[in-house]
Design a protein around this ligand. Structure first.
Ligand code: PLP
Length: 472
């Protein structure tokens, strides 16, 4: 017999009332995190093979909630990467601040649409509070507005759209109506080492990546100020706080001062590195950042919020709002903060809640300690690797380490060995056309012992990947 709407509704009311399925999920999630530091970092190959058990026909009938969550746990959990633990060093990932996750769980139960104040006063207030806290923590201009987006990719699109709006508006060109056809020209200047998502944003916004005027970088990947072309008021200068390979920072103050005099717009991509501004011992790296016009930063990297959490920050609120404009008869803006004004999306999860949980728990001191901790573990990693006779290619100014072990084949064999060992997880990259192993220390959970154990995984990989010739 086919289920009726009433039976379905009653079944789900029952689940709201008993809360059993939520208890199950919470219990299994708790156990997962309790064991996260002891398990192998990469999932075993048998766990990946078992994923095929999810390849079943689309169910015809409604299911049994507890069984569904148990299946997800039994099949899914073993095939996850232990990113919340202390020995995952791929990408720039980060663990989760427990209170931030708890706030997320709470907020997920609320299921708020972050779109407008009328739809969720709670979210609107929390976004406003986070915006104020971020301005204080990073030392941004007081009028800065924050858009809570999925990550730096979207923050880049938003901020560069704001820059585009402003530079065109200054030339009496309404980009929203007139588009790019026949528009006055806009220049984009960036260091050769910008992140790939900057190029994505430039392409998405219709500038075309061929139009970028590339500026040479030094041996750490920092833009060389003296190599900047002459900037003018038609220029967007894109700087970087945290090179995704070396962690290096562009000379922010020098570049911003030159750009300001020329009337150019400066955007700083600080996906993980902008947080240096919130750490006493490291804030020299971002000196002058308040002179820029917009910034992109993630919560889900250095700050260790759950995914996904990014922010577009713009000191020209009008430009951001105009660039992301959206109207409709049923959209009721208010006197209060309406989140969708600042984001490309309309409906959105209330991700500022997780951010609020992280900042409320850590406070200024906690954020400082978190960031300093990542830096210290990165320095330790580099030192211990050097003692074990590895070649580290970069200065450890923040949390990134680049290790050279040989040609591409050798580097791949090396990384495969480390990943398969389950001891830690590192990835590969390219540094000035050389293959390298890339380590990003980004988890609050990484201990001194984790670093030493991971260096041992490097030593073991070296032994087992040595060729016969190298033995002799
Ligand atoms: C990670 C990263 C990005 C992209 O951020 P997402 O949050 O993954 O969208 C951009 N720039 C830099 C420097 C990054 O490290």
């Amino acid at each position: 017999m086919k289920i009726t709407p009433e039976i379905l509704q009653n079944a789900m009311f029952e689940q709201f009332k008993s809360g059993e399925v939520f208890d199950t999920a919470l219990e299994l999630g708790k156990t997962y995190l309790q064991n996260i530091c002891d398990r192998n970092v990469a999932p075993a190959s048998v766990a990946q093979i078992n994923l095929s058990r999810l390849d079943e026909p689309l169910p015809e009938k409604i299911g049994i909630p507890d069984d569904i969550i148990a299946l997800l746990n039994n099949i899914g959990s073993p095939a996850t990467m232990a990113q919340a633990g202390g020995r995952f060093f791929g990408l720039v990932n980060g663990s989760i601040i427990p209170t931030s996750l708890a706030a997320r769980i709470m907020g997920d139960s609320w299921d708020q649409n972050a779109v407008l104040h009328v739809v969720s006063p709670a979210n609107a207030k929390i976004e406003e509070v986070c915006q104020n806290w971020i301005i204080q923590l990073l030392g941004l201009p007081p009028q800065t507005v924050a858009g809570f987006v999925s990550g730096t990719s979207m923050a880049l699109v938003s901020c560069l759209a704001a820059a585009r709006y402003r530079l065109f508006a200054d030339q009496d060109w309404d980009i929203n109506r007139k588009g790019l056809n026949g528009a006055p020209s806009i220049r984009i200047v960036a260091g050769r080492h910008v992140h790939s998502t900057v190029l994505k944003a430039i392409a998405l916004l219709g500038f075309g990546t061929d139009c970028v005027e590339w500026v040479d970088v030094d041996e750490q990947g920092r833009l060389i100020t003296a190599k900047l072309p002459k900037l003018d008021s038609n220029t967007i200068l894109i700087l970087q706080a945290g090179n995704v390979n070396s962690g290096a920072f562009d000379p922010i103050r020098d570049c911003c001062e030159i750009a300001r005099r020329a009337g150019a717009w400066v955007h700083i991509d600080g996906a993980f590195g902008l947080w240096a501004a919130a750490c006493d011992k490291l804030k020299h790296l971002t000196d002058g950042l308040e002179l820029a016009n917009s910034w992109s930063v993630d919560g889900h990297k250095t700050l260790n919020t759950p995914y996904d959490c990014g922010m577009s920050l713009c000191a020209d609120p009008e430009a951001l709002v105009k660039a992301l404009q959206n109207t409709g008869a049923y959209i009721t803006y208010s006197e209060n903060r309406d989140g969708m004004l600042y984001t490309p999306e309309m409906s959105r999860r209330a991700r500022a809640i997780d951010l609020w949980g992280a900042l409320k728990y850590l406070g200024r001191e906690g954020v400082d300690a978190l960031i300093l901790g990542l830096h210290k573990r990165a320095q330790q990693f580099s030192q211990e690797l050097k003692i074990a006779d590895f070649e580290v290619l970069n200065d450890i100014v923040f949390n990134q380490i680049l290790v050279k072990v040989g040609d591409e084949a050798k580097t791949k064999a090396f990384v495969d060995h480390i990943q398969k060992s389950g001891e830690c997880w590192v990835g590969t990259s390219e540094w000035f056309s050389q293959p390298v192993i890339r380590i990003s220390v980004c988890s609050w959970a990484t201990t001194k012992a984790d670093v030493t154990r991971s260096v041992q995984a490097f030593v073991d990989a070296k032994k087992s990947t040595l060729t016969k010739k190298e033995f002799l």
